[in-house]
Design a binder for this molecule. Structure first.
Ligand SMILES: [Zn+2]
Ligand SMILES: [Zn+2]
Length: 446
């Protein structure tokens, strides 16, 4: 579809681009941001998109870093309460989990005509809420008011999509065939280790999602236009692993390298050999990348140091490639060091795995998008990380889709760029897709 075109459905036509009006607060606004900290009820508002966009602008103007999303959480909670949506007691310090309780199965009038109390399945939809340590350079009237912090990944879009879906589902709960837990997840952007988990792991550890059968999530993308939903049949993000190789040699005078073992030479050989792992060890049709980003050894020009290190990251789409590359990297590093008379100590820190969509739900997602009058395209190919993958571990199925946010007025800038500026007109289409998808999944699970 053409960039900048509007999206029409449900009797509402949403023009792309910024509007000067704000339908959320009658008490006055600044740069389209609701003036009051206390969000207004949607009831009686003329337009759900205006409501979501007005609140989106507030979230965009008030970004908070991972695990510091205190005001963000408070506002989401207030918005949910104002719309009659229950919040669960998860114990999370930031982020929260709400629930829309479907009433169709309890009243026994399921869409398939079955009577009586059927299964009451529980699924989850997830939007992340944290921002990045980045100075915004968009010039938008609702740009970040916190120096050095910006919603540069569009998690303000993602949470607004989830909020909109929750409101739509709450309004249609009498025909909803189960419960939908709505996860407003903190701390997606942290690169975690065992001691410091990402937000998805933190939410899972609360146990509040233990009964969830299917997980659904969306992320904004500048690669697709407003009104387009990105859906891919399999992998939609890369696994994220960090490696560090410490090499210990033997320091000596630069004029007598024969008296020691130079770790600079050893590290150089290791870096060169690492480049052959993704090209020689992995199925050439599989996406993967090994990137060396940091190397340190020595202090000056005439002393051979005793040690040094190199570090970088490995991204893969396939879980077997991931372990194959780790094993090969360990072997190559230690054998090269040994060949030089040095030793290598390899640390491998596994972060989020790749997000792989469940094939059962891919056609359902496509149908849900089409039913809402939205275009469907493949998700953008990337080996970037996404901690939604933790929800899908241990065989739990799910689907992760992308919401197009580019238009004529909001041209594409890649996420994590200081100029990333999604078109807020994308929020309602994303919410409509997510709500419809949740309904379709529950209907099939019942
Ligand atoms: Zn990001
Ligand atoms: Zn993100």
């Amino acid at each position: 579809m053409s960039a900048g075109s509007g999206v029409e459905a449900g009797g509402m036509r949403e023009a792309s681009g910024e509007k000067p009006t704000d339908a959320v607060s009658s008490t006055g606004t600044e740069a389209g941001i609701p003036a009051s900290e206390a969000p207004a009820d949607f009831a009686g508002q003329p337009n759900l998109s205006d409501y979501l966009v007005g609140n989106y602008r507030w979230f965009h103007a008030h970004p908070e870093l991972s695990y510091g999303e205190v005001r963000t959480t408070a506002r989401i909670r207030a918005l949910l309460e104002a719309n009659g949506i229950e919040t669960l007691d998860s114990g999370l310090r930031t982020g929260l989990v709400a629930i829309v309780r479907g009433e169709a199965s309890e009243s026994g009038d399921g869409r398939d005509g079955r009577r009586g109390r059927d299964r009451h399945p529980v699924i989850a939809i997830r939007g992340d809420i944290d921002a990045l340590p980045l100075a915004e350079d968009t010039g938008l009237p609702y740009a970040s008011r916190t120096a050095g912090v910006m919603h540069a990944c569009g998690h303000d879009v993602n949470l607004s999509v989830a909020l909109g879906a929750a409101i739509l589902l709450q309004r249609r709960r009498t025909s909803l065939n189960g419960d939908v837990k709505v996860v407003f997840q903190p701390a997606e952007e942290v690169r975690a280790d065992a001691q410091h988990p990402t937000g998805a792991v933190a939410v899972l550890r609360t146990g509040v999602l233990d009964d969830v059968e299917v997980f659904l999530g969306t992320h904004d993308t500048d690669a697709l236009d407003v009104g387009t939903i990105g859906i891919s049949p399999d992998g939609v993000s890369g696994s994220v692993d960090k490696f560090r190789i410490d090499v210990t040699g033997r320091g000596t005078h630069a004029a007598h390298p024969d008296k020691g073992v130079n770790p600079v030479v050893v590290l150089s050989s290791i870096v060169g050999a690492l480049q052959s792992i993704p090209s020689q060890s992995v199925d050439p049709t599989h996406p993967r990348v090994l990137t060396v980003t940091h190397i340190e050894a020595g202090e000056t020009w005439n002393v051979i140091p005793s040690d040094g290190f190199v570090e970088g990251t490995v991204r893969t789409a396939d879980v077997e490639d991931r372990s194959l590359i780790e094993a090969t990297l360990r072997r190559v590093s230690t054998c090269i060091a040994e060949a030089f008379g040095a030793s290598a100590d390899v640390a491998w820190t596994a972060s989020s795995p790749s997000v792989v969509n469940d094939p059962q739900w891919v056609p359902v997602a496509r149908e849900a998008a089409s039913a809402e009058g939205l275009a469907v395209a493949p998700s953008p190919a990337t080996l970037g990380g996404e901690d939604f993958s933790y929800y899908l571990q241990d065989g739990r199925p799910g689907l992760f889709a992308h919401v197009g946010v580019t238009s004529r007025d909001f041209p594409a800038h890649v996420v994590h760029s200081p100029r990333f500026a999604p078109d807020p007109a994308a929020i309602l289409p994303g919410a409509r897709f997510l709500a419809r998808m949740a309904e379709e999944v529950l209907m099939r699970l019942r």
